[in-house]
Design a binder for this molecule. Structure first.
Ligand SMILES: Nc1ncnc2c1ncn2[C@@H]1O[C@H](COP(=O)(O)OP(=O)(O)OP(=O)(O)O)[C@@H](O)[C@H]1O
Ligand SMILES: [Mg+2]
Length: 293
């Protein structure tokens, strides 16, 4: 198999198409903080994102169909990417639905901002008196448009249903809530709160399937449960360390960001691996060996 063509570069992934139906997603080690890509890569970060996505997709395949074909090194096509094994997922190529399916179980980020101003989040009327980072009575779906440039914009569920089509929207929304609820309950038992997350869906052979990365540190807020204290912002499991270090330099969050010293790179890498190991109960090195990376 060597007919893979490079079809795109996202902020984090390189995309290769294999024929009409398959896509190879290769996650890089690029990391951003405060919306700025940092000059140093975090070794193994792309592999951790791919390993976690595989973990959740396997755990939820009874809830909804997904795009995964394989992460095994032996199944990967011939592409010109160094170190591709472990960071790559061979997938069914779908027609992406142009909506980000954000599920929130806790009040944080743009949801908290909107709630403070009007007591609502994306058209959901919430009880009064909630504080920052508080657990919501039940998880809510707060869709956003997938902006080609600039920041995504929160919209109401009615607006999202108009964009995606009512039936497709309702199917994807119930998949998103089902996947979130199952995985958040599992993570909580392992000491990690999944405060919120973003899913993407696409249409493949006429059916809605879950695509892209799933429940990774890049697409979710992970909070250690032993440090959870509603009423303020929470430390994030993986990126807090690098954010704290950046802040200790006095950097104003405008490009260019400072260079990360080797020990900060290494400590950040260790936290990504620890997130994988805590969430799955598995050794990261064992996973790499199992898939032949
Ligand atoms: N199975 C799939 N079929 C088609 N497209 C997919 C599939 N899985 C993921 N994608 C797309 O691949 C891209 C992944 O790349 P990456 O995560 O780097 O993008 P990004 O920087 O998040 O950009 P974007 O804003 O486009 O999501 C996303 O645009 C996603 O919609
Ligand atoms: Mg992405």
């Amino acid at each position: 198999m060597s007919d893979a063509t490079h079809v795109g570069s996202g902020k984090v992934r390189e995309l290769f198409a294999l024929g009409e139906d398959q896509l190879l997603l290769v996650a890089s080690d690029r990391v951003s903080a405060y919306d700025v890509v940092l000059p140093q890569a975090i070794p193994d970060k792309g592999k951790v994102l791919t390993a976690l996505t595989e973990h959740w997709l396997k755990m939820t395949e009874d809830i909804c169909p997904n795009h995964m074909i394989s992460v095994a090194a032996a199944d990967l096509p011939d592409v010109d990417v160094p170190d591709k094994a472990g960071r790559s997922m061979l997938c069914h190529r779908a027609e992406p639905i142009a909506i980000e399916f954000v599920v929130r179980g806790y009040l944080s980020g743009s949801g908290w901002k909107e709630y403070k101003s009007n007591g609502m989040v994306c058209g959901h009327k919430l009880p009064g008196g909630l504080v920052e980072s508080q657990k919501l009575p039940e998880p809510i779906l707060t869709p956003a448009t997938k902006a080609v440039t600039g920041h995504d914009e929160n919209i109401t569920e009615e607006q999202a249903a108009e964009v995606a089509g009512e039936d497709i929207y309702n199917t994807a929304r119930s998949y998103a809530l089902g996947v979130y609820e199952k995985c958040a309950a599992d993570a909580l038992e392992r000491g990690i709160i999944i405060a919120d997350t973003k899913f993407e869906f696409g249409i493949h052979e006429g059916k809605v399937i879950l695509i892209d990365e799933v429940l990774t540190p890049d697409s979710s807020r992970f909070w250690p449960v032993d440090l959870y204290e509603p009423g303020k912002g929470q430390p994030s499991f993986d990126k807090q360390y690098v954010r704290d270090w950046l802040d200790s330099t006095g950097w104003d969050h405008e490009p260019p960001p400072p260079d990360l010293p080797q020990e900060v790179v290494q400590a950040t890498r260790d936290r990504y691996v620890e997130a994988y190991e805590r969430l799955t109960g598995r050794s990261f090195n064992e996973w790499l060996a199992e898939i032949g990376a």
